[in-house]
Design a protein around this ligand. Structure first.
Ligand SMILES: *Cc1c(COP(=O)(O)O)cnc(C)c1O
Length: 420
């Protein structure tokens, strides 16, 4: 509302799109994790959303971190108070210089899935604690990783033999079922494969102590995935006193914590409403989804920015009216029109939403809202065409969770010697 008022008063940039991040939502996800997977230590996948306050809160809550690059490692360590042993360098294909920096920073846990990586690590960081990343069945995930990463089980014995020959220390196994896993039963199969690899390790003269179950946790399916995982771990790892189990959840933690508000900066109606009414009606055989939107809205963030998730992460976004004609209230009786929503750049690929029903009375200056914008959005946004990245406005939340978040952050600041 404030943004609308400022924009109406011609305050520069007042209509810029912005995120609202609710840290108490991240906190609640952590509570949920601890309740359902108490035995598994989450290592937040930084790439999903490296937001400084999210990282700080998770650090304060005692989570670990999954980093894929030198930059992510420095970013996490710069928070302060995080021991490098809480980081897993979970990129199986690392630049030699990154391995060197990790060694210097004291980050020892790292994954590999090929023999060349072993030679590099033997040369640069021979004391590393290695984790063999195996191929999991990722056919039930929206973003599949198997074509790029993961050793098939058949090659694991030769990789372990090579590691032994090079005098390396392999401590465990990891997998990733793919990001956005919509069939949680897939975790059971992956755990069975991991068990087979523990056996291969014994053959090769290693005794594994680490099981890393990766990421892929979907908010809506989390409890089901947790039950499948817990049962599979009980079945395949009945004796696990000397095994630590970790995971690398990304989107689970942040997806729902961020919403985006975007301003309608332009609008194009195919014809005026009156002309529309007179236009020939389409033949009755035509399906509803074939109907062409009659209004195009242009908003000030798009697929080159926050909505890159539409391209890279295969997300579908659902706009809703945040404010219309200066009011938060949008009566349910508003007439709707088939609409399309576009980003601000000059590229026609910059389409946020091909077809959606929105109130026909929406005009330039009104605001659209988008929920579930925390995962794989800001982190990959570009400034193509000179459009700036949308800012983030934070809230620690209301109620008990909000109180907790503030207390946890205060305690953490005190622990790392910051004045509060
Ligand atoms: C991307 C990634 C993750 C996080 O995946 P989510 O689906 O966001 O949970 C975890 N581990 C590795 C190795 C990844 O590449």
């Amino acid at each position: 509302m404030n943004a609308s008022r400022l924009a109406a008063a011609n305050t520069p940039d007042a209509e810029r799109a912005f995120f609202v991040a609710d840290l108490s939502q991240v906190y609640r996800q952590h509570e949920r994790w601890r309740k359902w997977l108490p035995e598994i230590e989450p290592h937040y996948a930084v790439k999903c959303n490296p937001d400084p306050y999210v990282l700080r809160l998770l650090a304060a809550l005692g989570a670990g971190f999954d980093c894929a690059s030198n930059g992510e490692i420095s970013h996490v360590l710069s928070i302060g108070g995080i021991d490098p042993s809480r980081i897993v360098f979970a990129n199986p294909c690392k630049a030699a210089s990154f391995i060197r920096s990790a060694a210097r920073a004291g980050v020892d846990k790292m994954t590999f899935d090929n023999a060349d990586e072993l030679h590099k690590i033997a040369r640069i960081h021979p004391g590393a604690k290695l984790i063999v990343r195996i191929l999991a069945d990722d056919s039930k995930s929206i973003c599949r990783f198997g074509i790029k990463f993961g050793a098939p089980l058949e090659v694991v014995p030769s990789l372990l033999a090579k590691a032994k020959e090079l005098g390396l220390n392999v401590v465990g196994v990891s997998f990733h079922v793919g990001s956005g896993c919509y069939d949680p039963t897939i975790y059971a199969d992956a755990i069975r494969r991991a068990r087979d690899v523990f056996a291969m390790a014994e053959e090769a003269g290693y005794h594994f102590t680490l099981l890393d179950v990766g990421g892929g946790f979907e908010d809506a399916l989390f409890e089901r995935a947790a039950v499948v995982l817990t049962e599979a771990i009980d079945e395949y790892f009945p004796c696990r006193d000397d095994i630590s189990i970790i995971a690398e959840p990304g989107r689970f933690y942040v997806s729902r914590a961020f919403s985006l508000a975007a301003n309608i900066i332009a609008r194009r109606a195919a014809a005026s409403a009156d002309v529309q009414a007179q236009a020939p009606t389409p033949p009755p055989s035509q399906e509803a989804e074939e109907q062409q939107p009659s209004v195009m809205y242009y908003i000030n963030d798009g697929v080159y920015g926050a909505f890159n998730c539409v391209m890279f992460d295969h997300q579908t976004v659902h706009p809703y009216v945040l404010s219309m004609g200066g009011s938060f209230h949008c009566p349910a009786s508003e007439a709707l029109a088939l609409s399309s929503v576009w980003g601000p750049t000059c590229d026609s690929i910059d389409c946020v939403c091909k077809v959606v029903e929105l109130p026909a009375a929406l005009r330039v200056g009104d605001w659209l809202g988008f929920d579930n914008m925390g995962a794989y959005t800001i982190c990959a946004a570009s400034q193509f065409n000179g459009f700036e990245l949308s800012d983030v406005i934070y809230t620690s939340g209301t109620g008990a969770a909000g109180e907790e978040v503030r207390a946890v952050l205060r305690r953490f600041a005190h622990e790392i010697g910051e004045s509060v």
